[in-house]
Design a protein around this ligand. Structure first.
Ligand code: PLP
Ligand code: COI
Length: 341
């Protein structure tokens, strides 16, 4: 699709192939860069490790058009480092931070016409991913790998933008103790498809998962971290070794403390204390800051006082400050904004 045919304000969170993407291949124990390539398709052996044993991982970050006409990315070295951590856990060759950022930059620059304009409500989403591409039959890691970065313009992940959503407490577990919840392997998302599908069938926007060991602590949703605001204005977010270390959540901790002067607590959050909170929100690259109006705990409803009509005041401030930093309206902490164009 040509960029001038896109209605930026109506874009879903979906895939639209762009003219070029970045690729590197790991062959004979070393990375070989192919640079920008045109083909959106990848041809692989039917026995490739990615198909048989889900040896694949990914990252997600956005390119933002700023108020003064630049195109920037947000803390990309944190995504690169998280992919390296994931590589170790899934026995995949580590990409380098440099290769990761270079791939992202090349894709943005070469597809600059697809960066949604400032103020449109859309962004260019970048999806770096890595997969085991050579055949395996016994359960073991592949010998060869493909690293790709593609881009696609996206609108909000949850329909309606910053409008409160409803979550359901899942009866399924997302991540086991000492499992893979803290890394971004495709396997974590495969297992969330069924609970996520069932939740959506029943009218919830998403599931919230509890810790698998005790089923008493709130962890995160299938694709975003979670936070709460107390009645006296504290920012509370779960601390757990089995949640994904969200770049957005780590940034909101700073935004809350340093920009909004809030007390921040990163700690275990019990399901039983949710009804004490004033506001709740999800955070992530795709979710940005999405207010949560209510959570259904198997028939017992937690209705946050901020309600379902509009976001709570602090969710709004967090959203405005974070997106203001990302889009150049508010000055950013040193090193957060990486200019690409
Ligand atoms: N949690 C999960 C399970 C995710 O998939 C994501 C998305 O990447 C996040 C949290 C949010 O992380 P980030 O803010 O780095 O995008
Ligand atoms: C992101 O926020 O970038 C993610 O990877 C979440 C994904 C489930 C869409």
């Amino acid at each position: 699709m040509k960029p001038d045919a896109i209605d930026w304000s109506q874009l879903p969170f979906g895939y639209l192939p762009l003219p070029t993407r970045y690729e590197a291949r790991y062959i004979d124990g070393a990375w070989q860069e192919r640079g920008l390539v045109q083909e959106a398709e990848i041809v692989l052996s039917e026995s490739a490790a990615v198909f048989q044993y889900a040896q694949t991982c990914f990252e997600g970050l956005k390119a933002y058009a700023t108020a003064d006409g630049q195109v920037v990315i947000f803390r990309p070295e944190l995504n690169a480092q998280r992919m390296i951590d994931t590589c170790r856990r899934l026995v995949m060759p580590e990409i380098t931070v440099e290769m990761f950022i270079k791939g992202v930059e090349l894709v943005i620059r070469d597809n600059a016409a697809y960066v949604p304009p400032y103020g449109s409500g859309a962004q260019l989403y970048l999806r770096p991913f890595l997969m085991g591409s050579s055949p395996v039959l016994g359960v073991r890691p592949a010998d060869e790998y493909i690293f790709r970065v593609f881009g696609t313009p996206v609108g909000p992940y949850f329909k309606g933008g910053i409008k409160p959503i409803t979550l359901a407490v899942s009866e399924y577990d997302r991540a086991a103790p000492h499992g893979t919840g803290h890394v971004k392997g495709g396997l974590n998302y495969a297992m969330s498809l069924y609970p996520g599908y069932m939740a959506k069938q029943k009218g919830y926007a998403e599931n919230v998962y509890l810790d698998a060991l005790t089923n008493t602590k709130v962890e995160e949703t299938g694709g975003a971290n979670i936070f709460f605001i107390t009645n006296d204005g504290k920012f509370v977010t779960p601390k757990s070794p089995t949640i994904l270390p969200s770049v957005t959540r780590r940034s909101l901790v700073t935004v809350a403390a340093d920009y909004l002067g809030m007390v921040v607590e990163e700690r275990e959050v019990l399901l039983s204390e949710l009804s004490d909170f004033a506001e709740c929100g999800l955070c992530g690259t795709a979710a940005v800051v999405t207010p949560v109006g209510a959570i259904d705990n198997h028939g017992t409803w937690i209705n946050f006082p901020s309600g379902m009509e509009s976001p709570g005041a602090i969710c709004n401030q967090l959203y405005d400050t974070l997106t203001g930093i990302q889009m150049g309206r508010i000055s950013a902490p040193a090193g957060w904004i990486h200019r690409v164009i």
